[in-house]
Design a protein around this ligand. Structure first.
Ligand SMILES: [Zn+2]
Length: 278
């Protein structure tokens, strides 16, 4: 019994250490414009003498590290504006800790969904919502927020930094891994694929893409992602046309070339089950 307790204590302490080890790392993409990686969805930040603007907020426990990273660029900087790309916890759970009292901007449906969650802190709720386009400007950086037709959820937006040729896609892009498409929150497989196609038509070979998850990407990476979705959807549809059930397709699996896209959250099985509902 004692051994079990010691082992449990050891496991718990390793888990805590592992969490503490998550480093917040920023990469400068243009003057005053950064990509910030940590735990949860990737962030973008505009930091300078006029203050800071961040896109998404990761988790509550990450807020001190994120603030320290912003202050390393500009001493004493305050977050003036936070933009949420959608309502998922790994993008909004740091809202209150990071940006309480600041302007928080999101798609109208984000506020509806977060308000329906009684555990979500009021101080982290969007203060300004819209559908369509919205222009912002800070520290010489121009931003354009554009809400997207239903795809990852029913409240997605992307953030363009046109002068710097940078796009934050939110979760419309999972770099080199199967995407999560939240069908229970108004998401749509065909809507998702259409939005990725639309974004591809709006960028060039020099565009820097901040995906919701994964490393900084370029157009070729987004094209690779689209090809994977189109071809795996075609595979599932072909098997469906042969009369195979969802479970039979899961048992058979996708062709071997897609194995590396599977990850702990969206495994091949989960991706097939998503595609089956398309
Ligand atoms: Zn998401």
């Amino acid at each position: 019994m004692k051994k079990v307790i010691v082992l449990l204590a050891l496991m718990l302490s390793t888990a805590v250490v592992a969490e503490d080890k998550v480093q917040v790392i920023s990469t400068e993409l243009a003057p005053h414009l950064y990509m910030i990686k940590g735990a949860g969805g990737n962030m973008a930040a505009v930091v300078g003498p006029e203050g800071a603007l961040v896109v998404d907020s990761q988790y509550e426990h990450m807020a001190p590290q994120i603030k320290a990273e912003l202050e390393s660029k500009q001493a004493g900087v305050q977050i003036k504006t936070l933009i949420n790309t959608h309502f998922h916890g790994d993008h909004v759970n740091g809202n209150a800790a990071l940006a309480s009292g600041a302007q928080i901007i999101a798609h109208t449906n984000v506020l509806t969904r977060l308000k329906a969650d009684s555990k979500f802190p009021v101080a982290g709720l969007p203060t300004e919502t819209f559908v369509g386009e919205k222009a912002l400007h800070l520290n010489g950086v121009n931003l354009k927020l554009v809400t997207m037709p239903v795809s990852h959820t029913d409240g997605d937006l992307v953030v363009w930094f046109k002068d710097a040729n940078v796009l934050h896609t939110g979760d419309l892009f999972f770099a080199d891994r199967f995407p999560f498409i939240d069908l229970k929150s108004g998401g749509s497989v065909t809507g998702y694929i259409n939005n990725v196609k639309l974004l591809l038509s709006q960028i060039d070979d020099k565009t820097k893409l901040i995906p919701g998850h994964g490393d900084l990407m370029d157009k070729a990476g987004l094209q690779r992602f689209l090809t994977m979705m189109e071809q795996t959807l075609a595979e599932v549809n072909a098997l469906k046309a042969q009369g195979k059930t969802e479970d039979q397709i899961v048992a058979q699996g996708l062709s071997a070339q897609w194995k590396s896209w599977s990850w702990n959250f969206i495994t091949e099985e989960r991706w097939i089950r998503t595609l089956f509902k398309a």
